[in-house]
Design a protein around this ligand. Structure first.
Ligand code: PEP
Length: 252
């Protein structure tokens, strides 16, 4: 049985007191809701991690970061290492979000280093892949996603790969209000499993949690999450309102 996850990506939003109230509201709901085989992950700003950890029940909710440095430690002013993140008690880290690829020029090689360093520090990477609109219009989505996975993940041995969560986030769906249809999501998730199966095994491909992300909300989450190969979602904008995020959790 694959672990099902609803993960929040708060991005660069909320002052700390707002973030803590949001985490508390989500925790209050989750404590009264059956979540066997399911997990909620809140990927909060670095500044919020240690306070957020104090207000959530780790049995149901994990705290994650949204990025980490590609280096272990040293003279990299402004960077935050995977070891530092792990030392807070966080368990997850988003790697390769399209905003990091676009605004910070993170290449597959950089992301490969970040994946390695996260795993070395017992952080589970939520590794994001996805094509741009231009690439989809040229029917390049499968080629693009395959290359992103091959370049940053396929050097891993099976045990480490099993710790990675993959998030399929078509760039054209992120923050646009236009989500992939359940059929488009299912097609890509099945394709990703097939790519993994060819390199590793069917068992490994079937064991990996693959999330969908991109304008997922309480209205479309049920249809998306009910697809055979969709194991939950990575939620941006809709994770910033407790009531909306709770409705999405109920769809898992
Ligand atoms: C994201 O940024 O990971 C995301 C899925 O954003 P949104 O839900 O706002 O499209």
């Amino acid at each position: 049985m694959r672990l099902k996850i609803v993960a929040a990506n708060w991005k660069m939003n909320t002052r700390i007191e707002e973030g803590i109230i949001l985490a508390q509201k989500i925790n209050n709901f989750v404590e009264t809701y059956p979540l066997e085989g399911k997990r909620i992950v809140l990927c909060v700003p670095f500044t919020h991690i240690t306070e957020a950890i104090k207000v959530v029940n780790y049995k149901y909710i994990s705290i994650g970061a949204q990025n980490c440095a590609q280096w272990e430690k040293g003279a990299y002013t402004g960077e935050v290492s995977a070891e530092m993140i792990a030392s807070t008690g966080a368990h997850y880290v988003i790697i390769g979000h399209s905003e990091r690829r676009k605004y910070f020029g993170e290449s597959d090689e950089v992301l490969k280093n970040k994946v390695n360093i996260s795993l070395k520090n017992a952080l589970r990477p939520i590794f994001c892949v996805g094509e741009t609109l231009e690439e989809r219009e040229k029917s390049l989505q499968y080629k693009v996603v395959k290359a992103q996975i091959e370049n940053a993940l396929f050097h891993l041995d099976e045990d480490f790969l099993l710790k990675v969560v993959i998030a399929y986030e078509p760039v054209w769906a992120i923050g646009t209000g236009v989500n992939a249809t359940p059929e488009q999501a299912q097609e890509m998730h099945a394709y990703i499993r097939n790519v993994i199966s060819e390199k590793y095994s069917e068992y490994i491909a079937d064991s990996i949690t693959i999330l969908y992300g991109g304008s997922c909300n309480s209205t479309n989450a049920k249809d998306l999450f009910s697809q055979k190969d969709v194991d939950g979602g990575l939620i941006g904008g809709a994770s910033l309102k407790a009531d909306e995020f709770i409705e999405i959790i109920k769809c898992l």
